[in-house]
Design a protein around this ligand. Sequence first.
Ligand code: IMP
Ligand code: MG
Length: 371
Amino acid sequence: MITLHDKQFKPFLKEQQILDAVAKIAGDIARDYKDQVPIFVGVLNGSFMFVSDFLKCYPHPCEVSFVKLSSYQGLTSTGIVETLLDLPDNIEGRSVIILEDIIDTGRTLQELVHLFSETNVKDFKIASLFYKSEIYNGEYSIDYFGMEIPNKFIVGYGLDYLELGRNLREVYELKKPKMINLVLFGKPGAGKGTQAAFLKKAYNLIHISTGDVFRYNIKNETALGKLAQSYMDKGDLVPDEVTIKMLQEEVEKHPEANGFIFDGFPRTAMQAEALDHFLESKDMQIDATIALEADDQELLQRLLKRGEISGRPDDQDEEKIRNRFAEYTKKTAPLRDYYKAQGKLHVVNGIGDIEEITDRLHQVVKGLQEV
Ligand code: IMP
Ligand code: MG
């Protein structure tokens, strides 16, 4: 693994794989142009290494020149393409073959085609060592390419991240920061809401509260909302599959998320299993289950105080509160065992100042990032 500026990159292509791709393009072009003397036009800066190795593989007479354009800043194409080094002036009536390091959105290519459309070249072809076919806009055909690659950001072999990495012999891909997916549970009054808000902000996570998701789907009469309602109308529990589907849709709304906090689900070991299956299908997993704990006496006092302020009837009656505690203990005990067996259960003391508890949670999440 290597670090360039603030980002980490992991190996993607070995030197030999790259050289094979270069040799392949050179072979293809040599076959088509053996009876001519083409001018190869490298696109600076990224293509300097490719052009050099390409020419060493190219077996027939040829000329070489360069243009310089700029479109990338950091990790994404800015869309603004500038000409920094203009066209060679001896290209009239010649066969020109552009040598690009990589074709991404195709904006740079568009500008190149535009530049050359104002000249009288005999013919004009495009060759790119790497080609991100998934995101290329497809406006012009790519005549030759060395290797199709998935839509990831790569560095090395001429390609840079903020100018670093061009000198690497191998190609590396951007390593996405590790996702953090948490299940949060705790008795009423344990401070779940407060701490979830903190975790969400500190680690840029998406908070999925099952209660909210349910209410949203029912209120907006989504297909799943209606389905859930149909069970509730009959007085039946909503089956886990329906709940999981709702969560799935929530997760899918955030493909770029750094991670999720699941709150209010799972409530049983069976649901935990269903959640694991679903996450597995997305190449994700629960990294930690955090149980915020406080003794009943403390929680009781907190809730009664909250009840006084909010007027919530279920927070005002000691009997009802104790029932909710008992219910929680009974239901979550097997859940705790389930996550404990996976080595993912983290019991966090929920008594103390809010900042103190927050700090305990910090320690748990920091530990996850280090592995
Ligand atoms: P396009 O205009 O979006 O097709 O981008 C083409 C230019 O963006 C290339 O010539 C590179 O300079 C740069 N670029 C595209 N993808 C990458 C990448 O994965 N790593 C580094 N630079 C890239
Ligand atoms: Mg380039």
